[in-house]
Design a protein around this ligand. Structure first.
Ligand SMILES: [Ca+2]
Length: 139
C-alpha cells in the first residue's frame, strides 16, 4: 500500500473511533456534574460500559437503559437531566434503584452487586410481583 493510501486508511480508522470516544468522555463529564461528590475512580467508562474503554457497542445494562431514553443515536450527548430520568429505575433488576446504587457505591449494572438490605427479585420468577420494593414511607 502507498503511503497516501495508508494515511487515508489510518485517518478513516481514527475518525470512525474518536467521535464515539469523545461522546463518552463528554457524557462522563456530564455524569460527574449530575452526580458529584464521589471518589474520582467512581467516574469511569464502566458506569455505562462493560469495558474500561467506552465503546459504543459494549454498553452495560445501565448504559443500554440510558440509550433507550434517547432514540436515534441522541444518547451520544446526554444532559444531566437525562441521567436523572433513570434515578428511580433499576437497570440491573436487583431491587435497588440506580440512584440508590450509585449513592451506596454498588454496581448499577451488576445484579450481584446491590446495597445491603435490598432483596433482589427472585431470579427467573414472574415479574411484576413487586410488593417489597418500596421503602415504607407514610406521606
Ligand atoms: Ca446492582
Amino acid at each position: 500500500m502507498s503511503r497516501a493510501g495508508l494515511l487515508i486508511v489510518s485517518s478513516f480508522i481514527l475518525f470512525s473511533v474518536c467521535p464515539g470516544a469523545e461522546a463518552t468522555v463528554q457524557n462522563l463529564m456530564t455524569f460527574k456534574k449530575a452526580y458529584p461528590g464521589k471518589d474520582a475512580k467512581a467516574y469511569s467508562c464502566k458506569v455505562c460500559h462493560q469495558g474500561a474503554m467506552g465503546k459504543a457497542d459494549d454498553l452495560n445494562v445501565y448504559g443500554l437503559s440510558l440509550k433507550a431514553t434517547k432514540p436515534g443515536g441522541a444518547a451520544k450527548i446526554l444532559a444531566e437531566a437525562d441521567f436523572h430520568l433513570l434515578d428511580q429505575e433499576d437497570a440491573d433488576q436487583d431491587g435497588a434503584a440506580n440512584l440508590m446504587e450509585w449513592e451506596q457505591g454498588t454496581d448499577l449494572a451488576d445484579p450481584a452487586s446491590h446495597p445491603e438490605g435490598v432483596t433482589p427479585p427472585a431470579a427467573g420468577g414472574a415479574a411484576g410481583t413487586d410488593t417489597a420494593g418500596t421503602p415504607a414511607q407514610s406521606e
